[in-house]
Design a protein. Structure first.
Length: 301
């Protein structure tokens, strides 16, 4: 398909006079365009759910989740992966993100990195991607050479592949186990895929990790009970979660936090089940970290 026929590169007829608009007219148009993104994502929900199931199966069986992308797509992958440890208590190695050009490319464009197919191959090899892992290739255009290289090497390594793009005809769909094409249409600034396409990609990545972690038992009700209380805000959040679930006051929540070593789930188990710390640890191990299963158990051992 010719370059100018990609949805991400087409001209938006509603913004032909963009450079003549007032500030309010520009942001109003951007807002109107952004409203369409959620509907584009909605059309892909069955494939997003399929991707979540793939990730859950992998992580339950010792696999890892990797994102590979370039430019905005790569930065969005890094953002999503970096939030998993504090939010869900995962090890940093469980969800990893790699950007074309390396760490420097996070804050500054590295010329030519996205066009380097072999760099994608090397980066997958360097991370030790293997059978049982899941690799998500992220490319708004669906054609980024770096992402192609990463996906081809991941496929050769036996990993399962998810491909996320914003064009209806993405070249890498052929080797992907699941393809998610969120077609948001032309950007108001032609080709600037950090706009609607970037928003769509972030929404999908949020869904992939959040839904997967919920399925893996890292959430109780709608509370992030695996939160890592590494700063003042998160320590207060942890106490509030304990108060919400156990119906205790602030001071008792503080004591439970201290007694549990800062582990929200252990604090809740100790209070609601009336057990000591070691018993709470044993029970949570027996249920693979699933707080609901511990709280609903009827036996005492």
């Amino acid at each position: 398909m010719p370059y100018n026929q990609w949805e991400t590169e087409q001209i938006n007829g509603d913004s032909l006079d963009l450079d003549r608009m007032s500030s309010l007219e520009i942001v109003r148009l951007m807002n109107e365009e952004d409203k369409t993104v959620a509907y584009a994502v909605e059309k892909q929900l069955p494939r997003i759910a399929e991707a979540v199931d793939l990730i859950v199966d992998s992580l339950e069986n010792g696999g890892k989740l990797y994102y590979f992308g370039a430019g905005t797509s790569g930065r969005l992958g890094i953002l999503d992966a970096s939030e998993c440890p504090p939010t869900f208590g995962t090890e940093p190695e469980l969800v990893q993100a790699v950007i074309a050009g390396g760490p420097e490319a996070i804050v500054r464009a590295v010329e030519g990195a996205e066009d380097d197919y072999e760099m994608g191959v090397r980066d997958v090899m360097a991370r030790g991607v293997r059978k049982g892992d899941v690799v998500v290739g992220i490319a708004a255009s669906g054609r980024t050479p770096y992402v192609k290289g990463a996906m081809h090497q991941a496929h050769r390594s036996g990993a399962r592949i998810i491909f996320l793009s914003c064009n209806s005809h993405s070249e890498m769909s052929g080797i992907a186990n699941v393809t998610i094409n969120v077609v948001v249409g032309p950007e108001i600034l032609a080709g600037s895929t950090r706009l609607k396409a970037g928003t769509a990609q972030k929404m999908v990545l949020n869904m992939l990790t959040t839904a997967s972690m919920i399925r893996l038992g890292k959430v109780y009700r709608n509370l992030m009970v695996n939160v890592q209380a590494t700063n003042s805000k998160l320590r207060e959040r942890a106490k509030n979660i304990i108060m919400e679930v156990t119906n205790v006051g602030y001071e008792e929540a503080e004591k439970l936090m201290e007694a549990s070593g800062g582990d929200v789930k252990l604090a809740i188990i100790m209070k609601l089940k009336g057990v000591d710390l070691e018993t709470a640890k044993r029970w949570i191990r027996q249920t693979n970290g699933r707080l609901r299963d511990v709280l609903e158990r009827s036996e005492s051992g």
